[in-house]
Design a protein. Structure first.
Length: 186
């Protein structure tokens, strides 16, 4: 890494991270990754030995128009190789067809990690009503599951916004996200 023209070591970076204030945010498929990472922190099901001296817990997570379930065909109308072994979701489960291998697809389905009895961080979700890459229904279903399981979740359905719409990256939205993070900062 480079800082002001100087090389930064991994040790330099590690001394700048406050392990008591870790937040995750992702959009689209990285929304799925951020969510699952946050919700599996106490499960050790996806951990590696890298940085095992640090907790995987996060203070809060932001999921922008993320994929919550790869097994719902009608929720991915624009992906030409949807569900196939060479699709993003197929590659994620080892180059397999997600519909033929539901046991593997379950591992990347957000709702499977939302359980009342398991601790979880607060969630902020946003999804556009005009999204034709990841259907808004993905976030709606996940939000309903979070509320059913009595989780701290806030959801904004943005009228007319499509996938990656500039609305998600403008000052009012980023300010809302910043306030969300500050609310859960220690």
């Amino acid at each position: 890494m480079i800082r002001n023209g100087e090389n930064m070591t991994l040790e330099d970076i590690q001394t700048k991270i406050d392990p008591e204030n870790i937040f995750l945010m992702g959009d689209s498929s990285s929304g799925n990754t951020a969510f699952i990472t946050a919700f599996t922190a106490d499960m050790n099901c996806m951990d590696t030995d890298v940085y095992k001296e640090y907790s995987c817990k996060v203070n809060a997570v932001v999921d922008l128009y993320g994929v919550s379930c790869v097994k719902i065909k009608e929720d991915f109308p624009t992906t030409p190789n949807q569900g196939e072994p060479d699709s993003p979701e197929g590659l994620e489960i080892g180059s397999k067809n997600v519909y033929e291998h539901p046991e593997l697809s379950d591992q990347i389905t957000c709702m499977n990690y939302v359980k009342k009895e398991l601790p979880s961080p607060p969630v902020l979700m946003m999804h556009g009503t005009a999204d034709d890459t990841v259907a808004p229904n993905q976030s709606i279903q996940l939000y309903k599951k979070l509320k059913e399981e009595e989780k701290d979740a806030t959801f904004y359905l943005v009228e007319g916004a499509d996938h990656g719409h500039p609305y998600f990256w403008c000052e009012p939205t980023l300010s809302l996200i910043e306030q969300f993070f500050k609310k859960y900062m220690k």
